[in-house]
Ligand binder design. Structure first.
Ligand SMILES: CCCCCCCC/C=C\CCCCCCCC(=O)N[C@@H](CO)[C@H](O)/C=C/CCCCCCCCCCCCC
Ligand SMILES: [Ca+2]
Ligand SMILES: [Zn+2]
Length: 275
């Protein structure tokens, strides 16, 4: 009897709409199998951007460490779990979506957090990575205590990332890096405005019959991560492999600096910069 009860409970967490979260988009509007259609489809944008970034960052990863590819490989899983979450609005979907974001952030921090900003008691990156791992495991376990607070906690980590970037950019005189920083922050501000507005002003957007802000957030946040992570990687390359003369370029149109940013490594001398 107890076995039947617990397996029913197990099934409950996979059930459609078992999550306490429900985004502004109308449920089952376009399909009886997909709860939030536009939010699900927009999650596939992760699958387009991740392979492009993996390809573009490959020369830098080859020089620095192939482990860097983990960030964008994990972003493919974030997209997959996000699509599953919005398709079902299940509790398992929510936790997979949120925990995969937490672990991408952890890998990003372990890989790119500037050495000079390490707490004073930490001497090398492997000790720092162990500290990040410990914090991530504790946060993963705590995330089950109050799942509705998880997304807000993740946004706080996002704010810390922005603060770190601001500290790093204070001394930077490289115009291309400064432009990339401004674009990254602008994309993040637009993205987070959509996320907050979808959560807090839903009745307003319903009256306008425009309930797609969370889907737009998906698209903007992937672009913010593409821009922001390239900037962090560029600062890392300037500090850790300066002999390969890292520079910034854009694909497909470098001339107008439009498209996806990436790092070019060359042996020719560059104009002086300080980052
Ligand atoms: C020195 C550190 C370097 C770190 C490198 C960056 C690593 C990538 C970081 C984050 C990945 C974010 C992926 C977002 C997925 C969105 C899925 C989603 O929509 N989930 C929602 C539910 O469907 C959920 O409610 C969202 C919660 C909020 C997540 C907030 C994540 C913080 C993102 C910070 C990105 C900053 C970009 C850089 C800007 C300068
Ligand atoms: Ca909804
Ligand atoms: Zn989402």
């Amino acid at each position: 009897m107890g076995g039947v009860y617990s397996s029913e409970k197990m099934a409950d967490v996979f059930a459609y709409e078992s999550s306490e979260l429900d985004w502004c988009e109308d449920n089952y509007r376009y399909s009886e199998h997909v709860v939030e259609y536009f939010n699900t489809v927009s999650s596939f944008f992760f699958f387009i951007v991740a392979p492009i970034m993996l390809y573009l960052l490959h020369p830098y990863a080859k020089q620095r460490s192939l482990a860097i590819h983990m960030v964008w490989i994990m972003m493919i899983f974030v997209g997959l779990f996000s699509a599953y979450f919005h398709m079902t609005l299940s509790f398992v979907g929510q936790m997979l979506d949120e925990l995969s974001i937490l672990w991408v952030l952890a890998v990003g921090y372990a890989t790119w957090f500037p050495r000079k900003l390490f707490p004073s008691f930490i001497k090398d990156r492997s000790t720092f990575s162990r500290l990040v791992l410990l914090i991530t495991v504790i946060t993963t376990v705590s995330s089950f205590a109050k799942p509705t607070a998880n997304a807000y906690a993740l946004n706080c980590f996002g704010l810390h990332l922005l603060y770190t970037l601001a500290v790093e950019m204070r001394r930077c005189t490289d115009l291309k890096a400064l432009r990339l920083a401004k674009l990254s922050v602008a994309l993040w501000v637009l993205a987070i405005s959509c996320w907050i507005s979808d959560r807090l002003c839903c009745s307003f957007w319903q009256r306008l019959n425009f309930c797609y802000l969370h889907g737009i957030w998906h698209i903007l946040i992937v672009m913010a991560v593409a821009y922001g992570s390239t900037l962090v990687a560029y600062l890392d390359a300037s500090n850790e492999i300066p002999y390969s003369l890292p520079g910034l370029a854009y694909w497909p149109c470098d001339k107008w600096a439009v498209g996806f940013p990436h790092i070019v490594l060359s042996s020719s001398p560059k104009t002086q910069k300080r980052c």
